[in-house]
Structure formats: C-alpha cells, structure tokens
Design a protein around this ligand. Structure first.
Ligand code: BGC
Length: 811
C-alpha cells in the first residue's frame, strides 16, 4: 500500500472520531487576529464531545467564585455567542445531529493557503434518507468583523420539505477547560435578541463585569441567486438563542445551498458610532459567500507572500508533513496576531484565541513569537509591544506594592495589566487545590525589555524606542536595580525570592516561604537589561534623553548604581563550569526518572505526578523546561561570553555543551516551550538530537503530545518557536549591534532553506544551502545594511546580492 501523499497546504481529517473532536476543533480554529472561532460543527452545542467557542482578542471579564471557604477571582477570555449555530431537519423529523445518523463518509479539510475550513459528509438518517452535506466557512481576513458559513444539502435518495434552523446562541458559558469547572463561568448577559428584518437575527450581549458589549448579526439566505422560491421563515427566541427556521423544498439530487453571513462588532472597536449600527453597516457591505471568499483569499495570499518558508528536504517522506505543520503553525500565528490586531489593544495570548486554557492570558511567550513577526511584519510586534506600554503604569504600581521601584510587569496579564496569575490551582491528578507561586517569575520583565530591544534592532524604529520602548526599558532596569540586594561577604548583588522559567521549582525543600535565590537566568538577564538600558540612554536624541531623565527622575547616581549592579550580579556555578539553575541547586537530590516513569507512565507533568504522590519536584534536580539553557537560546556564544566577562566571571564557551547535556538530562519538557529551546541550543553541538527535538516540538500541538492540552487552546509560543527554529535557528540569524548576523548550520535533513525577511526597511531574500549563504536585497532606497558571518562582514545595498561560501556547511 502506498502512503497517501500529504498536501503541505491542507490539514485533513477522515472519519468522525468523538474523542479527537476537541483537538480538531482547536487545530481547525479560524480567526483573523481580531476574533476566532473553533472548528466545531455548526449543529453542535457544548457537550462531552463538542465545544463551540468564539473569542474576541482581548475580550476579558472578571468573576469571583467562593470555593472551599476562599474567594477566588479570575479574569477570563470570554466565550462569545456561537454564530455558527445551523442545523436542518426533513419532514419535521429530528434536527440533524451527528450522533443520530449513520455516517458513510466524513471529511474535514483545512485549507491553510486560503483560510477555509471544509467539512463534507454523507449519512443515512433513521428513516433511510441518504444525504450529502458540504460546508465551507471562513473568518474573514479582509473584513475583520465578518465571518461566513456556506452549507450545501443534497438529498441522494429523497425529496421533500426541509427546514433550516440558523441562529446565534448566547446561552454559552466558559466551560471549555475541565479543571476550571468549579469556577464561575457565566460571563454574558443577553441584552437584546431580535429579528431586525426578514433574513436577519441579532443578538446583543454584555459581559457582566467588564461591560464589554458585543453585537452579532446573522443573515441567512437559501439558494441566493438561484431559483428557489423565497424561504418561509419563522423566528425562535429561546432565552438567548435567537434563530430563524427557513422552510424549503428539496429535490432528489439537487443541491440546496444556504449562506450565513455574520457581523461581529463590539464596544471596543475603533472608528465606530454604536456597535449595533456598525454591525448593520458591516453586514450590508459584506457581499455573498463567493465574493467574501475571493477577498479573504487575497488577504491570505498577501500574508503568505511574507511568511512562507520554502525548503528542500531530503527524500525521506517526512518533508511534506514538516511543511504541512510549518504552514499550520504559521497559519495559527497569523490568525492570532494579524494586521487586524494592529489596531487593537491586545497582547500575545499564550494559547491563541483558540480556547479557554490559561484564560487567554499573556505570559512571556511572546519572546518565542516576536522574532518571526519582527522579520516579516514588524508593525504587528510594534502594536503588541504597545499593549505592554499602555500597562506601564500598572507595572509601576505593581512594583511599588511589592516594595520596589521601576516597573514590575505581571507574570500573567489580561485586560488592564494587573497580576492575573491564580493563587491556587487544581492538580487534576490529586484533585487538590495547591498554592500557585508562579507569579514570582519576575524574568517576564527581561523578556519585555529583550523584545523592545530586538524589535528596534530589526525594524530600526527609533521613534518607537524614543517615545515608548526606552521608557519601558529604563523602568524595567530600575526595577532590577531595586530588587537586587548587596551581599558584602561576596561583594555581589543578589536577586532573592524569585522563580526562574522552570515552574517545578518554586521554593527550597522544607522552606516556609516560596522563592529561590539567584536564579542564573534571571540574574544574567537582569544584567543584560541594565547594560542595554544604559546603552539606549546614550543613543537617544538629546532632547528625548533629557525629557525622560527628568520625567523619571533618573540622576547620575542612580545610573552609576545600575552600572555597578550590571557588573556585579551573582551567578552561581557548580561541578566545574555548570551554571547552577539557582543557588543551592547542586544540593538537591537526583530524581529516579526511570523508576518514576515505570510507576506512573507519562511524567512530563512531573509536578502533578509528584504532588499526587505527596512529594514535590522542589526536592529534585528536575526541571519542567529550559531555564539555564534559555541563556544559550537567547544569546549567541559570543554575546554570552561578553556578558559573563562584564559580570567578572570566567565563562568558557567550551562548557556550553556540558551545560546543555547536564540540564537536558534533568528536564521533563512539561512545557511545550522546552523542546524548542533545547532543539535550538543543540543545533550546533548535536545536530541529530537537535533535529529529533525539533521534530518533537513540531508535533506538540498537531499530535497533542501533552495528552489533552491542545483541545483547550494551541500553544502559540511552541508553534512560532518551531518555525523560528527552522528559519532563524538553523541559519544562525541574529540581530544585534546594528548588524544582521548569520551563522548557518543546516541539519542533514534540509538541503536548502529559502525565506523572505524584512530588515530595517529592506526586503531580503535569504537562501541557505550546505555550501552557500545568499542574501539578496530587493530594490528600494533604504541606506545599506551590514551583514556578517563570523569575522566576515559585508555591506549590502538595495538591489544587490552577496553570496558567501560556507565551509563545513557553516557548522
Ligand atoms: C510554562 C510557561 C508558559 C506558560 C504559558 C507554562 O506551562 O511553564 O513558561 O509561559 O505555560 O504558555
């Protein structure tokens, strides 16, 4: 039997498998950077198989729950009324439902090139009627407030009366994550449900705390442009479910086409009068399905021109599959953050707008997302960084509350930028609620500073830096200087009582209070931020520098203090050159990985396994994810050597492989971000292992390798991170010190990699093979840029090309 060829532009599923439905719904979500709708069946309501969900980017609402005597407050990304709701019945029989018919064929196809989800099925109902059902849907990439569904019903052996029920379901709650089910979940108040005209239903809802209002307006037509007589219609208004039932005559073999076009507007939109009026306008201006599809396709074509990555794979049959996943992940990235996001006040949600996991919150994951955007559509990064800038005051208040100066951004951020991390969380294994100290991850601040710096490096956007970025960078630097304490015995500054990226360690074993001392990643990043803040201050235009220094009351003495701290932060080491994850790490016990795996099977989520066994990962040298190794992920060996040198440590880059091996052996990859970082850091020293980890990272979501987390929302950081690994990791592309650096090292499995990037206004075509690196700058009038590969550096002007021979494939 020959294996079916994988189409790199199509994600296809054959057969209906109820236990897979949640995963498929998440992976076939359609969105346009403004709102997203899971790939749920239009006839379905939330039950133990299906979970229809529609989410507005940044559409949050806060609720409190009393649980076991404690009041828990959570801000959630709210599930909006289900606009898909559409089903049909024949001769007043049962409404169509997958569970009530016998399926002969079932297929779903997500066309990644044009952002269209198709479903086609053939079934026999209990009365022996055979029917073909074909659907196409889109969430418009060209009209950010429009979505559309086309349904075609073909009677194969019958004729008769058909009724189509098409509506808007405002009865939905937030019920998508089983772990959250004991928490309050009713976010919507239905304000109005009516039929403003013959072919339209309208639902107006408000979130009960944030008062964000949403209007959905749905127009349903049967056989538009065809010769079917006008449909008979009657309305249904059932407690927030507003629908119309349309009657039609179906004839054997003749397709009956139904088009539903929906406008979704909100009180947060820009350039608007009132959201009901805006919905009306949007719907009136939206054409039929075919014209919406044509313009939607064009918008996607434009995005793919910038984002597609082209490569030649060795002929082992995996190439198409890799290509398909790369397209799928880029597709979801662009559905979460698109040109339509630019006008919105939203951040990067760690789980996309695809589900309710982590409540739509914004963590540090943008660190894995921005590099891709920076090099292709930096305007999107700019707007996402503005989300942080607008919350700078909240971060200042957060720092002040904790007794620090400067800005302390929250670990989890939502609407207004206050700390949204939960204080307790449920271990589904032990069913126990346990304290959640993850908000001690102060390193999120360095990620923001890092992102500001790198966006500016790539886009050369000095206006952004001057007006917004520098202020964030300086306030974060000030925070690091204020949290650092001087230890006279060591003559070093220390950062105490924090958590690093590895969430398995939140305290010393048997300690009364949470927090760890001198997390190496945190301290090195803090030093980096302090250096960059000082440097940025130097490059700001004189007028702006003065303004900022006056506004922030930043005097010479404080800057001197930053200089000192940046050179004296403590980094712990053990075992001759191993950077200790935190002070005292070497005293922890080794974990019996094999024994534990034998007892418990999958131990990726070691924290849950151990807690359920009345133990804690705090006792062991065992990490959830890359922590120390994040340093090798973010910085090249040269940059790291310089940083350690500035800190007064004799760090030999030769010890990097030793550090990688040490931590790789002690990591469970309980976060999908982990494999991305590990694959990256191994790209040079162990290409085979790197490629394997890349493969695992690539499969994280498409195969739901964490066993059930993807149905609750994609992992955007891992999705973007894997594509970034391919495009930047294997080309060694780095943007620092005003130079575009390359250091290619293609794995054997890749013969050639070609990508389009934008750098400082230039459109560049970058091609890497095992023998050459070619960078071609398309025409334009931007000043020349500097590119470098090791010791060799080149000046590249618009309209010219450099071809650099590589020895040893560059590796
Ligand atoms: C990881 C964090 C990540 C968060 C959101 C957690 O499981 O440990 O590093 O930011 O998920 O993706």
């Amino acid at each position: 039997m020959t294996a079916e060829k994988t189409d790199p532009w199509v994600l296809a599923y054959r057969g209906f498998e109820p236990e897979q439905e949640g995963l498929r719904e998440a992976l076939t979500t359609l969105g346009n950077g403004r709102f997203a709708t899971r790939g749920a069946a239009p006839e379905a309501v939330a039950d133990d198989v299906h979970y229809p969900g529609t989410y507005l980017a940044g559409g949050y609402n806060r609720l409190t729950t009393e649980l076991e005597g404690e009041v828990i407050e959570n801000e959630d990304l709210v599930n909006l009324p289900n606009w898909l709701a559409l089903t049909f019945r024949v001769a007043k029989g049962e409404w169509f439902d997958l569970a009530g018919v016998e399926l002969q064929a079932y297929e779903q196809r997500l066309d990644l090139r044009s952002g269209v989800l198709e479903r086609s099925l053939r079934f026999t109902d209990p009365d022996g009627r055979e029917t073909k059902l074909e659907e196409r849907r889109l969430v418009s990439m060209s009209r950010p407030d429009i979505a559309a569904l086309e349904t075609v019903i073909t009677p194969l052996n019958w004729a008769g009366d058909v009724e189509i029920r098409s509506g808007l379901d405002g009865r939905v709650t937030n019920d998508g994550v089983p772990r959250y089910r004991r928490l309050a979940s009713r976010h919507l108040e239905v304000l109005e449900a009516d039929e403003p005209d013959d072919e339209t239903v309208r639902l107006r809802v408000a979130m009960n705390q944030s008062r964000l209002r949403v209007v959905e307006l749905a127009r349903t037509r049967i056989d538009p442009g065809g010769d079917q007589p006008a449909a008979r219609r009657r309305g249904i208004d059932n407690d927030g479910f507003i629908a119309q039932v349309l009657g039609a005559e179906a004839s054997e073999g003749r397709p009956l086409r139904i088009e539903k076009v929906v406008a979704l507007t909100t009180s947060r939109d820009r350039a608007m009068s009132e959201c009901g009026l805006e919905a009306r306008k949007a719907l009136d201006r939206a054409g039929d399905f075919a014209s919406l599809l044509a313009e939607h396709r064009r918008a996607w074509e434009h995005l793919w021109r910038r984002f597609d990555v082209d490569y030649e794979h060795s002929a082992n049959g995996e190439g198409e599959r890799t290509g398909q996943i790369v397209h799928l992940y880029l597709f979801h990235l662009l559905q979460t953050t698109s040109p339509h996001t630019m006008d919105m006040d939203v951040g990067v949600p760690s789980r996309g707008w695809h589900g309710e996991a982590y409540r739509g919150h914004v963590f540090w994951d943008e660190l894995f997302v921005f590099p891709l955007l920076n090099l292709r559509l930096p305007e999107i990064t700019r707007s996402l960084l503005m989300y942080r800038y607008r919350r700078l005051d909240e971060a200042r208040a957060n720092a002040a509350r904790a007794g620090y100066r400067g800005a302390m951004y929250p670990w989890q951020s939502g609407s207004d930028g206050r700390e949204e991390s939960q204080e307790i969380h449920l271990n589904p294994r032990s069913k126990r609620w346990i304290p959640d100290n993850s908000n001690l991850q102060r390193h999120v601040n360095s990620a923001i500073a890092f992102n500001v710096y790198h966006y500016t490096q790539v886009a050369h956007d000095h206006d952004f830096l001057s007006f917004y970025g520098a202020e964030m960078l300086l306030e974060i630097a000030r925070f690091w200087a204020s949290i650092a304490t001087y230890n006279p015995d060591l003559d070093r500054y220390e950062i105490l009582g924090v958590m690093g990226p590895d969430e398995y360690h939140d305290a010393y074993p048997d300690a009364d209070a949470p927090g760890l001392n001198n997390n190496a990643y945190t301290n090195v990043m803090a030093a980096w931020v302090l250096h960059r803040a000082l440097e940025v201050l130097d490059v700001l235009p004189e007028v702006r520098r003065r303004e900022l220094r006056e506004t922030l009351e930043l005097d010479d003495e404080e800057l001197d203090e930053w200089r000192t701290i940046s050179r004296r932060l403590r980094v712990p080491f053990h075992d001759d050159g191993i950077i200790s994850q935190f002070e005292g790490y070497e005293e922890l016990e080794e974990l019996d990985w094999e024994g534990l795996a034998e007892r418990f099977g999958d131990i990726q989520r070691l924290d849950r396994v151990l807690e359920a066994d009345d133990d804690t990962p705090n006792r062991y040298k065992a990490s959830k994810q890359a922590d120390v190794l994040m340093l090798f992920f973010l910085f090249s060996a040269e940059e790291l050597e310089r940083l350690f040198d500035q800190l007064g440590y004799d760090f030999d880059p030769e010890t990097i492989p030793k550090n990688i091996a040490y931590y790789l052996d002690r990591t469970s990859h309980g976060s999908t971000l982990s494999r991305v970082a590990h694959s990256w850091v191994l790209a040079r020293s162990d290409r085979e292992r790197s490629w394997d980890l890349f493969g695992d990272a690539l499969r994280s979501d498409v195969d739901d390798i964490q066993g059930g987390t993807t149905p609750e929302g994609i992992h955007l950081g891992a999705m973007a991170g894997t594509v970034d690994m391919l495009t930047r990791g294997y080309t060694g592309l780095e943007t620092r010190d005003e130079v575009l650096w390359f250091n290619p090292c293609l794995p054997d499995e890749l013969a050639r990699l070609h990508q389009h990037i934008r750098y400082r206004g230039h459109a560049l075509e970058v091609t890497v093979t095992h023998d050459t690196l070619t960078v071609c700058a398309l025409g334009g009038n931007q000043p020349p840029i500097k590119i470098a590969l090791g010791e060799r550096s080149f000046e590249l002007s618009a309209g010219s090309e450099v071809e650099i021979p590589l020895t040893d494939g560059g590796c």
